[in-house]
Design a protein around this ligand. Sequence first.
Ligand code: PA5
Length: 441
Amino acid sequence: MGGCSSFVKDAEVKEYTAKALEALKVLEDESGAGNDFLGWKHLPTQTPESLITDCEAIRDDWKGKGVDLVVVIGIGGSYLGAKCALEALSHNFSKQLSTKKDAPEIVFAGNNLSEEYISELMDLVQERNVACVVISKSGTTTEPAVAFRIIKQYIETRYGKAEAANRIVAVTDAKRGALKSLSTQEGYRTFVIEDNVGGRFSVLTPVGILPIVLGGFDIRAMLKGAAEMEAACAVASEENPALQYAAMRNLLYAEYGKKIEILVSFNPKFQYLGEWWKQLYGESEGKDGKGIFPASVLFTTDLHSMGQYIQDGERMLMETVVTVEKASRSVIIKSDEQNLDGLNFLAGKHVEECNAMAELGTKLAHIDGGVPQLGVSVEKIDEYNLGQLFYFFEKACGISAYILGVNPFNQPGVEAYKKNMFALLNKPGYEAQGEELRKRL
Ligand code: PA5
């Protein structure tokens, strides 16, 4: 956390480290608010091998049928972890490359209510050999339910009802919800999201594991990375990385008015790491009139859009930079005899060296501009390191929310829009509210 040292005092760091140690103890003792939602803590070490082999069996079954497109339906925590992993681990141009991977393409639906999105998705499914994974813990969320009704009807019409049951898998609660009862009735294969794991902490449950396995990635390596981080983040010491991060971001928020935290990456593969992280922290901490507002940028791209504000705008920002130490590919900039572009000073350097200098240069510039820098680094982008990041940010989120004094595991604020939407759509039971709302429009 060297990028913060010029902003904070040693005594404050001690004070917030002590608060973080206390919060960690509450999380470890399971004595805090929302303590019935702590099942995520031991997922890396307690995930049964049978869960992975069950996911692999579906992968192999669908491969045998020639499935080349899997529609994964879900929203929020039932979507962002898998999307983040698949984006991070896939070739940037996998869709355009002629050499296709030996895995179906995964597309996501049910994360919006755009009619254009769903109808254009239907254009795609008609051209492809399709299967579907529908994910909803509650089994009642409107966005995925609408998308699933449409895709289910399409798959049944095209392949017949019996075959549809082989091409649809549900991930949901063990007992409750419309998706559970529908799956039982239709005879779908199902995976359970345990009661004690909330959506945004569920990437290492079947919610994330099944799409990651279907995408052809190494879930065992991801769980191994997460398991090592589980051990490192359980230690009651100042060395605990999750504790350090949670302490510093709370110190900057509470004592220095840094109300917005921007997650920064210099690698486009981490765009959805930012989206996943925003949901994790936004839904966990933004309540009771409190909480750091999470934002994300991709540099150097956004240095040419948000860079101006970050450097010079209102001083309420802190940044957390996720550094990737090693690129997995190599491109060296060559010398050019004419040097018309004046770039020969870069000849012989890797593009990634330019990226690394951009990262360091930005760090120093933003510190000079009054933006403290927190840092997280991974050796490279792969399953193992992604598993580490997932667990690190989850554990830090739990500690951080307890320092802030909120329950990290509920999301009461999400209900407000749902009630209004149901009322405006005339859902039975919401008639009176609908009338009231319409008067206000
Ligand atoms: O983190 C959460 O709990 C939420 O973002 C949920 O994941 C999201 O609302 C989707 O819920 P469900 O899986 O019940 O459809």
